[in-house]
Design a protein around this ligand. Structure first.
Ligand SMILES: [Zn+2]
Length: 392
């Protein structure tokens, strides 16, 4: 059959898996943040593909790799950013049945820490450019890779630092975190809150004679934990949740507890703010435990983010995947900085399952790596500032 060459045909599964294995072999556990161990390999691969490569360290010892591929004669019609994190979560070695940093192909799977989250996705995104080059198809736009440190502990030394330093500019972005090859347009955030409950100390032989902070906290916890903490129902991420994660209370075995503190993790949907979360928590607590004395203290906040599914950019990526449906993520990615701080149209799309992320014996299907690389190749061949659509 004679027709237009297809960039996806340039994907080499062998080259792709070899790159994924190379990346997995580098122990980039965060904490403590050992991203430096993977930098030389990435720089080598990206330079060999014709990229200009820059290694930046917003925080000393925490490098991110920034690479740009420009079509010849500076004909670039816009910029497509690929943002992926090179750090991985720590391993609990005893829980693994194989060495986490020695990648292994078993049947249809590739095993190793980061196989799914997200060295596999990074390898697929880079292989997409290698595929274009292999079949002689030049991207229309500049293709920029930000392979960043520190996503797993919040991004302050990675994407957030790059945004703050003015290093991030693009017409659109794809984050190749594991989505099982579906296009994610929304993700939840987190508001972690410490609730401090005050009661009165009393003799342990007369629990009814004093107001126990632990008894009050128990009523609050029962109402809050996995309870109805919000009326929001988001089309992609569903209903917000609340997990009471830590409890600490009382002073002695024979004393009615004068104080109790617990920490909850309230996952937010796009559109919810810290203020609306606090108002909702107070409503639930006051209904469950009238008259209780308590204070709320904000701990960690991770903002939710979204892009409308009918925005042109998600539609462009979905079309490449042969699907017209969209999903949301129950957790946050660095995509939130790009959507919320810079208004860059951003989707999350990548091989592997979030259920594999952070687990022992983490794996990814090799077929999914290949399919993702084919999608990236077509994205690079077809993307221009026009298909990026408007800013958010
Ligand atoms: Zn990840």
């Amino acid at each position: 059959m004679i027709g237009r060459p297809d960039a996806a045909d340039g994907v080499s599964p062998e080259r792709l898996v070899a790159l994924a294995e190379t990346l997995i072999r580098c122990d980039t556990q965060n904490p403590p943040g050992r991203e430096a161990s993977v930098v030389a390999d990435l720089v080598g691969v990206l330079e060999a593909l014709g990229c200009d490569v820059d290694v930046v360290e917003p925080v000393p010892g925490r490098p991110s790799v920034l690479a740009t591929y420009r079509p010849p004669e500076d004909r670039a019609e816009g910029t497509l950013l690929i943002n992926g994190h090179i750090d991985v979560v720590p391993v609990v070695a005893e829980a693994w049945t194989r060495p986490p940093f020695e990648p292994a192909r078993v049947g249809t799977r590739l095993y190793g820490r980061g196989a799914a989250d997200m060295k596999g996705g990074i390898a697929s995104a880079i292989e997409g450019l290698a595929a274009c080059r292999a079949v002689g198809i030049e991207p229309r736009a500049a293709i920029v890779f930000h392979l960043v440190a520190d996503e797993e502990t919040g991004g302050a030394a990675g994407t957030e630092a790059l945004v703050a330093a003015g290093r991030v500019g693009a017409d659109a972005c794809i984050v190749p975190e594991p989505t099982e090859l579906r296009v994610s347009v929304a993700e939840r955030g987190t508001v972690q809150v410490e609730v401090h409950v005050e009661g009165e100390a009393g003799h342990g032989s007369e629990p009814g004679a004093a107001r126990s902070a632990i008894a009050d906290a128990a009523r609050m916890i029962t109402a809050l934990h996995d309870g109805a903490v919000s009326d929001v129902v988001h089309p992609q991420v569903g209903t917000p949740t609340c997990n009471v994660a830590l409890v600490d209370g009382g002073v002695a075995r024979n004393v009615v507890a004068p104080s109790c503190t617990f920490v909850l993790d309230r996952r937010t949907a796009p559109g919810e703010s810290v203020d609306t979360v606090f108002a909702g928590l107070r409503r639930v607590i006051d209904a469950a435990c009238p008259g209780a004395a308590y204070t709320l203290r904000q701990l960690v906040v991770v903002e939710p983010s979204e892009i409308a599914p009918d925005h042109p950019f998600p539609r462009f990526v979905a079309e490449l995947t042969g699907s017209d449906s969209f999903v949301g993520l129950s957790l946050g990615t660095d995509g939130r900085f790009l959507r919320n701080r810079l208004g860059i149209p951003t989707v999350v799309y990548g091989p592997g399952s979030i259920r594999q992320a952070h687990t022992a014996d983490e794996w990814v299907e090799v077929d999914e790596l290949v399919t993702a690389a084919r999608t990236f190749a077509r994205a690079y061949a077809g993307f221009s500032a026009t298909v990026a659509g408007p800013r958010l």
